[in-house]
Write a protein that binds this ligand. Structure first.
Ligand SMILES: Nc1nc2c(ncn2[C@@H]2O[C@H](COP(=O)(O)OP(=O)(O)OP(=O)(O)O)[C@@H](O)[C@H]2O)c(=O)[nH]1
Ligand SMILES: [Mg+2]
Length: 220
């Protein structure tokens, strides 16, 4: 009996140790064609496929980053040439993945296209629907993932209009301007690696915070 108990305790302690070593995940989400794979390619240094046509990434891809696992999600939302049913399936898969692995996820990065974000939001608003980008951002916040919002392709916006444009974006998401007061917003030109270091820094901060919380949870 005692022997059994001792053995059980040993097994349990091994389990706890392995849980502590588990690498947290950082998920990269966004509509199709916003530059998710461009981001993943630069941050991993791996030859991730980047495409002109939307819907290039249709699988969930995981990359070991040492301290954490980076998860490149397929794009959600309308994609030219891709069946509506497939689009719905992709969105469901993303939501299930994030919900199912919630406890392993340190944070999420949502990438948006600076220019088309506001255009698409306006179109959806007119139809009386909640734009999918906003739905995703709210979903990530509801799960308390403290998402980083990367506003990519800022090269398409005139430099003199950056502040006004970014203010409109945060307002659309329900945050008061000025945009610069919100730590989670990072303007970027990912194809030129601009904004990359800031994103990296925010990821590490969130991963470290997540790891310290995890350890405390397990010790109790
Ligand atoms: N103008 C501009 N284009 C960019 C930028 N970053 C990426 N792109 C381009 O946007 C296109 C789509 O990039 P991807 O990285 O494949 O986008 P994705 O989000 O992975 O797309 P899916 O896999 O379809 O979901 C490519 O042609 C990129 O070169 C940027 O900062 N500015
Ligand atoms: Mg991709």
């Amino acid at each position: 009996m005692t022997d059994f108990f001792e053995r059980y305790k040993k097994i349990k302690s091994v389990k706890i140790k392995s849980k502590k070593l588990e690498k947290p995940k950082v998920v990269v989400a966004g509509r199709s064609n916003v530059g998710k794979s461009t981001f993943v390619r630069h941050i991993t240094g791996k030859n991730v496929r980047v495409g002109k046509r939307p819907g290039v990434t249709l699988k969930i891809n995981e990359y070991d980053m040492g301290n954490y696992i980076l998860v490149d999600m397929p794009g959600f939302g309308f994609m030219h040439g891709i069946d509506k049913k497939v689009q719905e399936k992709i969105k469901d898969e993303i939501v299930h993945y994030i919900e199912g692995k919630r406890d392993e996820i340190a944070t999420a990065i949502q990438i948006i296209d600076a220019k088309s974000f506001l255009e698409i939001v306006e179109r959806w608003d007119q139809r009386g629907e909640i734009p999918i980008d906003i739905e995703m951002f709210d979903f990530l916040n509801e799960l308390e993932l403290n998402p980083i919002l990367v506003v990519n392709k800022m090269d398409k916006i005139k430099k003199t209009q950056w502040d006004e444009h970014l203010n409109k974006i945060v307002e659309t998401l329900g945050y008061k301007p000025p945009w610069s007061q919100w730590e989670f917003v990072v303007p970027a030109i990912l194809k030129e690696k601009k904004g990359l270091d800031e994103i990296k820094h925010k990821i590490i901060e969130r991963v470290n915070k997540f790891k310290s919380q995890k350890t405390v949870d397990i010790d109790i």
